[in-house]
Structures are given as structure tokens and as C-alpha cells.
Write a protein that binds this ligand. Structure first.
Ligand SMILES: Nc1nc2c(ncn2[C@@H]2O[C@H](COP(=O)(O)OP(=O)(O)OP(=O)(O)O)[C@@H](O)[C@H]2O)c(=O)[nH]1
Ligand SMILES: [Mg+2]
Length: 241
């Protein structure tokens, strides 16, 4: 795992970040972890700073304010490519993604696969724990519409637990990314697929966050559809990457 990096964007995750970092290093002692914090008012970054002395493979990028999940990942991916990591993973800080599953995502790329997605819906199953019905309805309907419009066969098209092989990330023009927020997950998967790479879905159980406040809102859904139409148009005009 010493060629692997996991990027974790944080906004107000002071209650989760400590245990998440400790858990990751306990499971994968030679992995690297990059936290991208958007000046969280709850001082998430201070918790991370304190852990840096204990974990030499822990890195922190502090940004000036809440600039969105998509831009946080772009910054993380650019950093990872400068550092020569071979496997670059991403996950949430709130334990919705189980750190125990991370190893399965990374090892799924040991063959020719370019992207492994921790999938809540593969095998026509639903593995979300404690999600309110409306949340599941939004996620499933958004997935259905995204698949219909793009032809993508991925069941979990908006999931945020993933691992990319370096080669695929190197081919993405990050200055051309249009998503600012959560729809970034879809945009990246769509681009990797459009480049002809193999994508695999690894079944995971997704649990509702225990600590911290949910950030889901209507704006997120609206951004998703706006990005979907723009990406589809770009694909038709051959300007996707
Ligand atoms: N740096 C940064 N991180 C963010 C931002 N928005 C969300 N995050 C982090 O991205 C990850 C996913 O966000 P979540 O809020 O868990 O998204 P979600 O799972 O769809 O919704 P809830 O868990 O219900 O809030 C978490 O680690 C957040 O702290 C942001 O604008 N900037
Ligand atoms: Mg969450």
C-alpha cells in the first residue's frame, strides 16, 4: 500500500477526522492520507495538524473557505500526481465509507482496471444503511436519469468511494472540469469511461453519518442535472477532455 494515497475532503468533520485517520493507519500502516480542509469553522484542520507529528504519511492542504467538494478533489488529484502515487483513492470522512473496504478498492486495480468504485447498488441490490427513504429516492432516481442520458452501465454513478489508477488521472484535463460540488463524482466516472478504460464496481455497505450535519440540499441535485447536460453536449462536440 505504500504507493497508495487516500484523499479525504473535510468540512466540519472535527468529530470524525481523528478516528478516521487513526483507523486508516491502523489498517494500512504504509498508506498516505491527504486531508483537504476548507477552513472548517469547527477547526477540523487543527485536529489534523496535531496528528501530523505522529503520522509522517499524513498530509494536509488548508484552503481559504468552502470551495466545494469537486474543487477539493481536483486539488488533491493534482497534488497526488506530483508525488508519483500509483493508486489514488478518495473517501468521505464521516464513516459512511468503511475504511475496511479501501483495501479491496485498491487491490481491484492490480490488473488492468483503471477505476474501482465502491458501489452501493451493484448486483441490483441496495446497500444503504439508515438512509431516509427520500434520500435513497433522490440517489436512485438521479442515478437512473444519469445512466439513461449517458449510456453508462455503472449502477452507482454518484458514489464517492473510489480508487483511480494514476494513468487514468494523468489523462484528465482538470482545468476542464465543470463540477464544483458533489456531481464531480459523476463527471470523473464519465470521463474515465469515455476514455475507454475499464471500471469495476466493488460492493460496499454505505452507512449514514453518525456525527456531524448532513449537507445534502436541492442545489446539489440541480447542479447534477446541469452538469449532466453540459457533459453530454461536450461529448457530442468531442470536447470532453
Ligand atoms: N474540503 C471540502 N470538503 C467537503 C465539502 N463539502 C463536503 N465535504 C466533505 O466531503 C465528504 C462528503 O460530504 P458529505 O457531507 O458526507 O456528503 P454526503 O454523504 O452526500 O452527505 P451527508 O453525509 O448527509 O452530509 C465529507 O468528508 C465532507 O466533510 C467542501 O465544500 N469542501
Ligand atoms: Mg456523508
Amino acid at each position: 500500500m505504500n504507493q497508495s494515497l487516500v484523499i479525504i475532503p473535510t468540512y466540519n468533520e472535527a468529530l470524525n477526522v481523528d478516528s478516521m485517520i487513526e483507523r486508516l493507519f491502523a489498517l494500512y500502516p504504509d498508506i498516505s492520507v491527504l486531508i483537504i480542509d476548507d477552513n472548517s469553522p469547527d477547526k477540523t484542520a487543527l485536529v489534523v495538524e496535531a496528528l501530523k507529528t505522529k503520522h509522517p504519511n499524513l498530509f494536509l492542504i488548508k484552503r481559504a473557505g468552502k470551495l466545494g467538494l469537486g474543487t477539493a478533489y481536483v486539488e488533491g488529484f493534482k497534488w497526488a500526481l506530483l508525488k508519483k502515487f500509483k493508486f489514488i483513492a478518495q473517501m468521505d470522512c464521516d464513516f459512511s465509507h468503511d475504511p475496511k473496504d479501501l483495501g479491496r478498492l485498491i487491490t481491484a486495480l492490480y490488473d488492468g482496471t483503471a477505476l474501482a468504485i465502491g458501489s452501493r447498488y451493484s448486483g441490483n441490490d441496495i446497500r444503504t444503511k439508515d438512509w431516509p427513504w427520500y434520500r435513497l429516492l433522490i440517489s436512485l432516481s438521479a442515478g437512473f436519469i444519469l445512466r439513461l442520458f449517458t449510456g453508462l452501465k455503472i449502477r452507482d454513478i454518484s458514489g464517492g468511494f473510489k480508487c483511480f489508477k494514476r494513468e487514468a488521472l494523468e489523462k484528465i484535463n482538470f482545468d476542464n472540469i465543470i463540477s464544483k460540488g458533489y456531481v464531480f463524482q459523476f463527471e470523473m466516472t464519465y470521463k474515465v469511461h469515455a476514455m475507454g478504460y475499464d471500471i469495476v464496481e466493488i460492493p460496499i455497505v454505505f452507512s449514514e453519518r453518525v456525527y456531524g450535519k448532513s449537507k445534502m440540499n436541492l442545489g446539489i441535485v440541480l447542479e447534477a442535472f446541469s452538469v449532466m447536460f453540459r457533459l453530454r453536449l461536450k461529448k457530442l462536440l468531442n470536447q470532453l477532455n
